[in-house]
Design a protein around this ligand. Sequence first.
Ligand SMILES: Cc1ncc(C[n+]2csc(CCOP(=O)(O)OP(=O)(O)O)c2C)c(N)n1
Ligand SMILES: [Mg+2]
Length: 321
Amino acid sequence: MSLTKEKLLHMYRLMLDIRNFDNKVNQMVKKGQVPGMTHFSVGEEAANVGAISAIGKGDLITSNHRGHGQSIAMEIDLNGMMAEIMGKANGTCKGKGGSMHIADLENGNLGANGIVGGGMGMAIGAALTQKMKKTGNIVLCCFGDGACNEGTFHECVNLASVWKLPVIFYTINNSYGISTPIKSVINVEYNYLRAGAYGIPGYLIEDGNNVLDVYRMLEEVVKYVRDGNGPVLVESLTYRWYGHSTSDPGKYRTKQEVDEWKKKDPILKFKVYLIENKIATDTELDELDAKSKERVEESVKFAQSSPDPNLESAFEDIFAD
Ligand SMILES: Cc1ncc(C[n+]2csc(CCOP(=O)(O)OP(=O)(O)O)c2C)c(N)n1
Ligand SMILES: [Mg+2]
């Protein structure tokens, strides 16, 4: 595994940023400071950071409605992201996208998407571009367990397989699509098993809360896909700590179930690894957490002092020049 101390600590920092950013946004939603609906990545930090840390510069991702974790793992500017979520003119997408449509094209993030499965067609289109232009870049297509029952999943995995496109279909299985347990709507144990139906490899990361397990698997499949062998389907098992969205009281799962998963906290797990392997001390890691919280507070100040978009801007960016 090609991970330096610097990279490990960077991954830890990204996981902290996801947790602290989303915890802050959750508080702000409760105070009515964030318009619209928001979906959090808390609990899924390892599944996001482990995967995205294994792709390279120039590679692309597509995301879904729960895209905060992926945007942060792609190193989006936190100030711009917070301003976007607050609908401000200085936001990453000029305040027009909000939480569910954050995109950062210059840095390879083709966008979050409010349509379940909506990123998949974009991902294979982008993968076809990489193949035709021989860029050597690949696409990491991120989506949830529920999205695997959308028709577009089957169409896109099939086409990507037939055309041997450089795309990783990466499903983050948090056990639910809103209130529906995934196991009640599929007749195989896991979605990754469906890969065989399309003639591509499928892999399960049993502990999607272990960032290094995720990284190791993704590092291997990134190489396979980049070498021109066609797509793969990878599934990570993890859990979201909060409700589906900020409007979900979460009555379909027990407190005991949520608490069991909180014991498998991906950040704590990584922290223990870093300390036990003498990569960093407890104090150093706490300092990283304090700095992460400062960055998040800074982003709130930036967003709050940013202007609202003006009326004319509603008519900009509609047609291509
Ligand atoms: C095409 C479509 N159908 C239904 C919805 C409503 N919807 C929003 S999120 C969601 C569940 C998605 O579950 P999953 O893919 O597992 O992602 P998770 O929220 O668990 O991360 C549904 C059904 C939608 N946004 N788009
Ligand atoms: Mg889900």
